[in-house]
Design a protein around this ligand. Sequence first.
Ligand code: CA
Length: 230
Amino acid sequence: MNPYILVVEDEDALATLLQYNLDKEGYQVAVATDGEEALVLASERQPDLVLLDWMLPKVSGIEVCRRLRARPETRNVPILMLTARGEESDRVRGLDTGADDYIIKPFSMTELSARIRAVLRRIRPGLAEDRLEFVDIVMDRVSHRVRRAGREVHLGPTEFRLLDYLMQHPGRVFSREQLLDAVWGSDVYVEARTVDVHIGRLRKALNLDSEMDPIRTVRSAGYSLDSEAA
Ligand code: CA
């Protein structure tokens, strides 16, 4: 699943440019044009990274940062500040408030992309990697290929995204609803048992005869990728 970036920027032209370029790079993107909207969007769906402009109407960037850090569910979300040249004291305050890094306007998209990847790699290694591994399963996220013990595994697009998400969080148990939100998206209406169907297909594609089933079904809770499964 591609990382979800929340862009908080009140300058229309820059917001549009950021959305266009990040989308082109494969990120999922949402734009908030003021601090209040940013807090609402962040509570509706947890971003993998927040690009946060410092000078914002209504609620300032520093306040947005402070409030995101105060909420348990967004406490660890990486925040990359966008600051204007000369706002040195703001940068220091921003880092004190919990921003992970900052970038000075004007910046190039190449520079911004590099910073985003660096922050994602540092904070959640699985997100920014081109290649994920779990025991004998290797996923190449660039060529969209999956191999198990050297054998090619053919997956449909949904199974691929499902496996991608599970491989980013090995050992963690996800409910069907959490998987629906992460893999299908929260704005799509799909019944929870659809997850079971796709988990079934994923298992069938991954597991030959006597191979260990890496997906653990947790009764009444959900699923997890677990090397102790089966
Ligand atoms: Ca601004």
